[in-house]
Ligand binder design. Structure first.
Ligand code: URP
Ligand code: ZN
Ligand code: ZN
Length: 460
C-alpha cells in the first residue's frame, strides 16, 4: 500500500511549504518536490489545498455512563464523525464510577474501542477514588501504555475525589511521570448553589450557569494548582472556559507550577445566551463548566494566539435533545451535561479562527494536533509531517463553503449545537496510517482498523 499526496501546501506548527508526501504502508517516508508515483500507488492531487498533520482531540467521551444515562456515540459512529471532521486520533476519558474497580474499568473502556474504532485512540485514566488498591492498579495501567490520568474536582458523589485522594494521585503521578488532567470546579459550591436555586423555584436550563459561575471554576483551578505546586506533578486543566480561571492558571504557571491549559471549541464560539433559549431549547447548550458571557471569547482566542492556552478540544459528550436532555425538564441539575462537537472542531476552528484572522494556520495545527501530541506522549509519531511519522494527514480545502446540520452529521445524536452555521473550508481527504478514511464529508475508512496507542510517561 502506498500513497502520494501531490502539490499540497504542507502546514505544520512551525513551517509552510509546497511539496509532495510519499507514504509507504502506514508511514510517511519521503517529502520532496516532484515525486513520481510508483506503479499501483494511489495519488491524491492536493493542489490549492493545505496538508495538515492529522488532528488529535485530547478530550472526548465515547462510552460515558453519566447522570443516569449513556452518551450516544459508539466507537464506530464517533470515529467516523471524527475522521470526516479531520480528527485522526481520539484521547478518551476512561471514567469509572467511584464504586468501580480501576483496572476492570480500563479493560471495559478498551473493549468499547478495540476492533470498533476507525481511527487511533488512547485514554486518560480516570482516578475517581484513590486507595492502596487503586494505586496498584494505576501502576499496572501505566505499564499497559497509559501516561495520563483524569481527575474531577466536580460531580460530588459521582466522579469527584476529595483532597486526600487528590494529593495522593498527584504524588503518584509525579513519581510515574504521568500528567494529570483535571476538571476544575469546586464541587461543594456547585452543590450548595444548586440546592439554593432549586429551593427558590429556579429550575430552567439557564440556572445551570448560576450554579457554577466563573468564581467556582477559578477556585477549582487555584485548588488544583496549589496541590500541584506542593507535589511537583505535571497538570493539565481541561475545558477552561473563562478569564477568571485563566488568570489563576497563568499566575500559577508564573510561580513555576507545571500546567497545560485546554479550552473547547464550544467556549470559543458559543456563549451563555444559547443556554437561556426558551422552551427548554437551552438544554442543548448545558455543559460543565457552562457556556460563559461572550466577553470571554476574546480572552480565549488571545490566549491561544499568545501561547497561554495549549490546546483546543471538544469534550464531546452527546446526549439526545428529544429523549435525554428532558431528564432535566423540571430540574436543571438533571440535564445530562454535554454539547456534541467532535465532527465540527476543525471546521469551526478554521472558520472562526483562521478565516477571521484570530489565529494563524500554525496555531491551528499546534493547538489541535502538535501540542496535544507533545503533552500526551504521542509526538512525533502523531502531530508531525516528517519521515517516520504515522501517515495521518488532512488535505484541507479552504475554498469549500457549506453549512452544519444534524441531518448530515455522522455523530449519533439528534441535534447540532451549530445548526445552520456556515463553514468556510473542510477536509477533502483524511488518512489514517496511509489509508484514506474520509473524502469530502463522507466516511470511506475501515471500522475496526483504529489502533490503541501505547504511551510512555515523560513528565518527570
Ligand atoms: O458537560 C460536560 N463537560 N460533560 C462531559 C463530562 C465532563 O465534565 O467532562
Ligand atoms: Zn469535565
Ligand atoms: Zn469531559
Amino acid at each position: 500500500m502506498s500513497l502520494l499526496i501531490k502539490n499540497g501546501e504542507i502546514v505544520t506548527a512551525d513551517s509552510r511549504y509546497v511539496a509532495d508526501i510519499y507514504c509507504e504502508g502506514e508511514t510517511i517516508t519521503r517529502i520532496d518536490r516532484d515525486l513520481a508515483a510508483p506503479p499501483g500507488c494511489e495519488v491524491v492531487d492536493a493542489r490549492g489545498k493545505f496538508v495538515f498533520p492529522g488532528f488529535i482531540d485530547p478530550h472526548v467521551h465515547i462510552y460515558l455512563p453519566f447522570m443516569g444515562t449513556f452518551s450516544k456515540d459508539t466507537y464506530e459512529s464517533g470515529s467516523r464523525a471524527a475522521l470526516v471532521g479531520g480528527t485522526t486520533t481520539l484521547i478518551e476519558m476512561c471514567c469509572p464510577a467511584r464504586s468501580d474497580d480501576a483496572l476492570q474499568s480500563f479493560e471495559l473502556w478498551m473493549s468499547q474501542a478495540v476492533g470498533k474504532s476507525a481511527c487511533d485512540f488512547t485514554f486518560h485514566m480516570g482516578v475517581t477514588k484513590f486507595n492502596d488498591a487503586t494505586e496498584a492498579q494505576l501502576r499496572e495501567i501505566v505499564r499497559r501504555g497509559i501516561s495520563s490520568f483524569k481527575i474531577f474536582l466536580a460531580y460530588k458523589g459521582a466522579f469527584g475525589i476529595d483532597d486526600t485522594e487528590l494529593y495522593r494521585t498527584l504524588k503518584l503521578a509525579r513519581e510515574l511521570g504521568v500528567i494529570v488532567t483535571a476538571h476544575c470546579e469546586n464541587e461543594t459550591l456547585v452543590a450548595e448553589r444548586c440546592k439554593e436555586l432549586l429551593a427558590a423555584g429556579k429550575t430552567d436550563p439557564a440556572q445551570h450557569h448560576e450554579s457554577r459561575p466563573p468564581a467556582v471554576e477559578a477556585e477549582g483551578v487555584h485548588h488544583l494548582l496549589t496541590f500541584a505546586e506542593l507535589t511537583g506533578a505535571a497538570t493539565y486543566i481541561v475545558h477552561l472556559s473563562c478569564k477568571e480561571a485563566l488568570d489563576q492558571a497563568v499566575a500559577a504557571r508564573q510561580r513555576g507550577v507545571r500546567v497545560g491549559i485546554e479550552t473547547l471549541i464550544q467556549y470559543l464560539t458559543l456563549d451563555k445566551t444559547y443556554a437561556e433559549r426558551p422552551n427548554f431549547e437551552g438544554a442543548k447548550f448545558v455543559m460543565s463548566p457552562p457556556l460563559r458571557d461572550a466577553r470571554n471569547q476574546d480572552v480565549l482566542w488571545h490566549g491561544l494566539r499568545d501561547g497561554l492556552i495549549q490546546t483546543v478540544a471538544t469534550d464531546h459528550a452527546p446526549f439526545d435533545f428529544e429523549k435525554q436532555k428532558p431528564m432535566g425538564r423540571e430540574d436543571f441539575t438533571k440535564i445530562p451535561n454535554g454539547i456534541p462537537s467532535l465532527e465540527e472542531r476543525i471546521n469551526l476552528l478554521y472558520t472562526h479562527g483562521v478565516a477571521r484572522g484570530r489565529i494563524d494556520l500554525h496555531t491551528l495545527v499546534n493547538v489541535a494536533s502538535t501540542q496535544v501530541a507533545k503533552l500526551f506522549d504521542l509526538f512525533p509519531r502523531k502531530g508531525a509531517i516528517q519521515p517516520g511519522a504515522d501517515a495521518d494527514l488532512v488535505v484541507f480545502d479552504p475554498h469549500y463553503r457549506g453549512k452544519i446540520s444534524a441531518k448530515t452529521q455522522h455523530m449519533a445524536v439528534d441535534y447540532s449545537a451549530f445548526e445552520g452555521w456556515p463553514i468556510e473550508g473542510r477536509p477533502s481527504v483524511v488518512t489514517v496510517r496511509g489509508q484514506i478514511a474520509a473524502r469530502d464529508g463522507q466516511f470511506v475508512g475501515t471500522v475496526g482498523r483504529g489502533r490503541f496507542l501505547r504511551r510512555a510517561p515523560s513528565h518527570f
